[in-house]
Ligand binder design. Structure first.
Ligand SMILES: *[C@@H]1O[C@H](CO)[C@@H](O)[C@H](O)[C@H]1NC(C)=O
Ligand SMILES: *[C@@H]1O[C@H](CO)[C@@H](O)[C@H](O)[C@H]1NC(C)=O
Ligand SMILES: *[C@@H]1O[C@H](CO)[C@@H](O)[C@H](O)[C@H]1NC(C)=O
Ligand SMILES: *[C@@H]1O[C@H](CO)[C@@H](O)[C@H](O)[C@H]1NC(C)=O
Ligand SMILES: *[C@@H]1O[C@H](CO)[C@@H](O)[C@H](O)[C@H]1NC(C)=O
Length: 361
């Protein structure tokens, strides 16, 4: 039934495309093919390079991948990806493949993104993307789990101030760090009261560790940054910061060490620098990025003018559980019969398997 319906719909699409005189062809790829994977990783790295705030995102699953070919033009890849928030700050040079994915019980952010990539002679490059990110609902969250709190929470701010003070007294880098941005704030009800958690980015200033002067953050593009995780309760206060040297930042596009790819959302640093510039909400991703106004991702309806044909007719062999016993032959025979049933129209559609496998959860 389903096949017939698909074929009938395709028939209409083909007619529509002819009628308009445009014949872009759309090829479908299996979502777990190496080609799809390679394109998805280019998209993931590009996305992570676009932000100076928040966390890196890791590919969880390829939902769909289409390649649009038009005569005389480079191929365009359209990808739909499911990404998960990691615990690495975007300024952290750790490759995203080595960043732990934030677990659901810590109210991680999930993102669904559409990307348009173009396959130029230099390789695949992102033309546009759009993302929808949402924080895991806290509904199914257990009693005693961590709850996110707004960035203006006085107890949370207090924890950041005291823990950063602590860190500034202890480290040996001879520069005073100030708050660059808040990443997360949460609290948890524990026996004996509330426990607070904060994750925040820090930036080096023109003050040495012991200056009590006015301390101005260094120019963001050259400054030393770091990322701190603090927790505090009535009994305990601890902070752990890692410092990222700009010289160690790895450019994801080339894997070369050097300054990060141009950033879209650089914070302005200066006397009026307001670290809570993004408001009280936890970070979400850039919603739409389409600098050349390609319209590739906003014009969903344009698909109706495309002719869908499978590229290289990728045949995906399905794993079928082999039944045991006498029934085995009967089942096998039935499968053969089904495969031999003539399909009414050419080209034969072998729909690739999508979505792909989940890498995390
Ligand atoms: C990009 O196009 C070239 C031909 O121009 C092709 O060889 C290559 O496989 C394509 N890249 C991808 C990732 O499909
Ligand atoms: C935090 O901001 C919200 C919204 O602006 C406001 O209603 C609330 O009173 C603020 N809380 C504190 C502790 O400042
Ligand atoms: C840092 O820069 C500010 C503004 O230029 C200046 O007022 C302050 O004295 C400087 N601090 C140090 C320790 O040089
Ligand atoms: C920071 O440094 C970069 C590169 O040296 C420069 O282009 C930019 O204008 C500087 N920004 C500020 C606010 O000084
Ligand atoms: C299945 O069929 C083959 C020959 O077609 C036969 O040798 C075999 O015994 C059959 N197996 C069962 C479980 O009936």
């Amino acid at each position: 039934m389903k096949l017939w319906a698909t074929v009938a719909a395709l028939g209409l699409l083909v007619i529509g495309a002819w009628a308009q005189g445009v014949m872009p062809t759309v090829s479908l790829l299996p979502c777990d093919s190496p080609e799809a994977e390679a394109a998805a990783l280019v998209a993931q790295d590009f996305l992570n390079a676009q932000h100076t705030h928040g966390y890196k995102y890791a590919l969880n699953r390829i939902e769909e991948i289409k390649i649009i070919s038009k005569p005389g033009e480079v191929d365009t890849y359209l990808l739909e990806l499911d990404l998960l928030e990691t615990t690495c700050h975007v300024l952290d040079p750790t490759p995203v493949s080595q960043c732990p994915v934030r677990q659901k019980q810590f109210t991680a952010v999930e993102a669904d993104c559409d990307f348009a990539l173009s396959n130029t002679t230099q390789g695949l490059s992102v033309v546009a993307f759009k993302c929808k990110s949402e924080i895991e609902s806290e509904e199914d969250i257990c009693l005693g789990c961590r709850h996110l709190i707004p960035f203006n929470d006085t107890d949370g701010i207090q924890l950041i101030e005291t823990s950063l003070d602590d860190f500034n007294k202890k480290h040996t880098l001879n520069t005073k760090f100030v708050l660059f941005e808040i990443g997360r704030m949460a609290y948890q009800v524990v026996s004996g009261g509330n426990k607070y958690f904060a994750e925040y980015g820090i930036i080096g200033t023109n003050c040495t560790s012991h200056d009590d002067d006015i301390c101005i953050p260094q120019n963001h593009t050259v400054a030393i940054h770091g990322f701190c995780q603090a927790e505090g309760s009535a009994k305990l206060n601890k902070v752990d910061c890692s410092i990222f040297n700009p010289a160690q930042v790895v450019d994801p596009a080339t894997n070369a060490k050097g300054p990060v790819q141009q950033l879209l959302h650089a914070h302005t640093s200066g006397p009026q620098h307001n670290p809570t510039i993004h408001g009280l909400k936890h970070h979400k991703l850039t919603h739409l990025h389409d600098p050349s106004a390609s319209g590739l991702l906003s014009a969903e309806s344009s698909e109706s003018a495309e002719l869908v044909v499978p590229k290289k007719a990728p045949f995906v062999k399905r794993e079928v559980a082999e039944p045991e016993g006498p029934a085995a032959n009967a089942t096998a025979d039935a499968a053969v019969v089904a495969e031999k049933t003539p399909i009414p129209f050419e080209p034969i559609l072998l729909v690739p398997i999508c979505p792909g496998q989940k890498k995390h959860f």
